[in-house]
Design a binder for this molecule. Structure first.
Ligand code: TRP
Ligand code: SF4
Length: 327
């Protein structure tokens, strides 16, 4: 029985944090055995909003690949590649752009939202409007059955289905319509109790060392009603405690719960324990990162082998596309 194929991508916009790890990445890692997986770094997509300053993109691409490898994406199990190294994506994007009605793109909820939200950038470009067309090319190039994404990306998968259907209708059945496979959203909060996010500057990164983790954890807002050390606390509403539940051994968590409620432990000590548990939990990732950072040629090889594999599939698809459109 052949495995179903899935494909997903991330834009190289900065290092991955715990929210990314427990959301998309953990999900991808789990799927590696069950599916034929294609995971790629969408560096061209990074240009759609950050075209003015591209200087950090190469570092981000590399850092992201090392984040992936350290966290457990395996080049033996999955095809890991970089979008711009598979130039066929650009060709299919061009073909699909010919058949995509502009109103489909103007109606896209992410487009409408971001135009308002990112008002510090000039996003009145052709490329920004065409973001979902490039994404459609990414997906249907590999004839993916499923696309693991968060809720925000579902409209893009929907547009992909519409574009695939239109292509098939005009030129013959080549592309299956991919399904969005919804990723549960991560409920990880940053030190300020807002959703952990790079743009809120409240994130703990996979690449943070134990000292960095400790200094970030020290800033965490705890039970806001616990003003003095002698006040009993309520772990149920404390973000430090949420982290204990994820990273500290269960019996110790039960003790902390009791000691907090009876004011036997202070928040400073409690945070210190949590920072240690978190740093311990991330130790295997940290060790693998050190391994890859000492072997830059190995990372290059992994990227180039993944790109070669992806190009193989992409070249085959483009042959079919050119035959279908007779160009
Ligand atoms: N748009 C996606 C995001 O911002 C990244 C992406 C690009 C993608 N191409 C893709 C995701 C294809 C899934 C499939 O998260
Ligand atoms: Fe939160 Fe720990 Fe302080 Fe209790 S003792 S309020 S769990 S940080």
């Amino acid at each position: 029985m052949t495995k179903k194929r899935i494909l997903s991508g991330m834009r190289p916009t900065g290092p991955l944090h715990l929210g990314n790890l427990h959301g998309a990445l953990a999900n991808w890692i789990r799927m590696q055995d069950e599916y034929d997986c294609f995971f790629f770094i969408a560096d061209w997509h990074a240009l759609t909003s950050d075209y003015e300053d591209t200087s950090r993109i190469p570092d981000y691409v590399r850092h992201l690949m090392v984040d992936w490898l350290s966290a457990g994406l395996s080049p033996q199990k999955s095809t890991l590649f970089v979008q711009s190294k598979v130039v066929e994506h650009a060709e299919l994007y061009l073909v699909l752009s010919m058949i995509t009605p502009v109103p489909w793109l103007e109606r896209n909820p992410t487009y409408k939202e971001q135009i308002v939200q990112l008002n510090n950038k000039d996003l009145s470009t052709f490329g920004f409007l065409g973001y979902p067309v490039l994404q459609a090319a990414d997906i249907i190039m590999y004839k993916a059955d499923g696309v693991p994404v968060g809720l925000d990306q579902v409209p893009h998968v929907e547009i992909t289905r519409e574009i695939a259907r239109r292509f098939n209708h005009l030129y013959g059945e080549i592309f299956p319509e991919p399904q969005a496979l919804l990723t549960k959203t991560s409920k990880i909060l940053g030190w300020d109790r807002r959703k952990m996010s790079k743009s809120y500057e409240n994130a703990i990164y996979l690449s943070d060392d134990p000292d960095k983790i400790a200094s970030k954890v020290a800033k965490f807002i705890t039970d806001p009603n616990r003003a003095r050390r002698s006040d009993p606390g309520n772990p149920d509403i404390c973000n430090v405690f949420s982290f204990h539940k994820m990273y500290t051994p269960t019996d110790q968590v039960a003790d902390i719960d009791k000691q907090c409620r009876s004011a036997q432990i202070g928040c400073v000590a409690c945070k210190r324990i949590m920072a240690r548990s978190l740093a311990d939990a991330l130790a295997p990732i940290r060790e693998k990162r050190a391994y890859y950072e000492q072997r830059p040629e190995l990372v290059d090889e992994i990227i180039s082998a993944g790109c070669t594999r992806a190009r193989h599939v992409a070249a085959e698809t483009m042959k079919q596309v050119r035959a279908a459109i007779r160009i």
